[in-house]
Unconditional design. Sequence first.
Length: 94
Amino acid sequence: MPTYVFLVTLTEKGKSHFEEVRKSGKTLSEFIRGLGGESKGAFMTLGRFDIIEIVEFLDDLAALKYSMRSTESGLANVETLKGFAEKETEFFIP
């Protein structure tokens, strides 16, 4: 399955209501499974992003649905990246 990296920045609302962020994370984990996806890990980070989550989805549409759902609560902004394993890039990177 394709891999996606979600770079999460908490909004002011998210920073001041962190318990809601935790609850939202549990709900979103169920949403991932409902879309046929699998979370490979979520990490709180230091630096530009507050949370990074790595998820495998069946396709780009499922990743888009997840990304849109992630921001509905107004707790976070999300930037989505599609990742490619080294084996997938062998044809254009010698």
